[in-house]
Design a protein around this ligand. Structure first.
Ligand SMILES: Nc1ncnc2c1ncn2[C@@H]1O[C@H](COP(=O)(O)OP(=O)(O)OP(=O)(O)O)[C@@H](O)[C@H]1O
Length: 255
């Protein structure tokens, strides 16, 4: 099934990028309703922030989109193609790359070996675009080039975060799902990583769905934001509007 024209946007080079759409998404862990009737769109060329306190349902949203958790109701689509029942592998092949919280690198492998795993997924996936090369991701994240032969366990937190994002980019995704990339990193390192992402979104038309508890930082690069509370969407607006809403900030955003 192919998407309607609304679900894709055409770039100047003629390529297209797909929007992620979530409709009525509901997910539970036993009796706990972790996501309740959530609607959300992550369009190409935009950073969409998902904000909210601990337990709001942010991680569950990403796990449900990426096929790790079956929704109880609702729909997940990429470029109009239904992925609701797809396996995590098929979701990845369709073009959704999930970077979970915790920077899961294979610690015994070198930086380059970890990256080659990302390239492997890129080669398995019939992407409409040419996947980036290792040289491309080293240009995006120069610290990785300097650490190329080092075991991943020797990397700093910021370098690990760069590594997992770079590995995800090597699969040439349409949509990048990022779970708490700023956690535990110095503000300077976060700014550096966010600047790279912002540039990719602007120049390549990548769609980023950014989950963050650090709302101030997320809103600094996001175009729009959705605020979750107890699994429900309680606000959605452009990033500047959310950041300027004192009531919302105090109630849900913690700054
Ligand atoms: N594996 C699980 N089993 C049972 N309940 C869970 C599980 N994972 C999450 N929950 C519950 O689901 C709800 C949403 O959790 P989720 O982790 O998605 O929130 P979050 O916004 O990502 O918060 P955090 O930043 O703390 O991860 C919470 O009530 C949480 O306790």
């Amino acid at each position: 099934m192919s998407g309607t024209p609304d679900d894709r946007s055409t770039r100047e080079d003629g390529g297209t990028r797909a929007a992620l759409r979530v409709r009525g998404l509901t997910a539970r862990y036993g009796p706990v309703i972790a996501l309740d009737d959530v609607d959300l769109t992550a369009p190409p060329g935009r950073v969409t922030a998902v904000l909210g306190a601990n337990g709001a349902g942010k991680t569950t949203l990403l796990r449900t989109v990426s096929g790790l958790l079956r929704p109880k109701a609702g729909r997940v689509e990429l470029g109009g193609v239904d992925l609701t029942e797809a396996s995590a592998e098929d979701v990845a092949r369709a073009g959704i790359a999930h970077v979970p919280e915790g920077r899961g690198v294979i610690t015994e492998l070198t930086v380059e070996e970890n990256l080659r795993l990302g390239s492997l997924l890129g080669s398995l996936r019939s992407a409409s675009r040419t996947p980036p090369t290792l040289a491309d991701v080293y240009s995006l994240f120069p610290p990785l080039r300097r650490r190329v032969g080092h075991a991943a366990h020797s990397l700093s937190g910021g370098e690990r975060q760069m590594l997992v994002i770079a590995r995800a980019l090597l699969s040439a995704p349409e949509v990048l799902l990022l779970d708490e990339p700023s956690l535990g990193l110095a503000p300077r390192v976060v700014s550096r990583i966010f600047a790279v992402l912002r540039d990719l979104v602007d120049t390549e038309g990548l769609a980023v769905l950014l989950v963050e508890q650090n709302a101030r930082s997320a809103l600094s690069i996001a175009d729009t934001g959705v605020v979750l509370n107890l699994g429900r969407v309680v606000a959605r607006a452009d990033a500047a509007t959310l950041a300027a809403d004192d009531e919302l900030r105090h109630a849900y955003l913690g700054f």
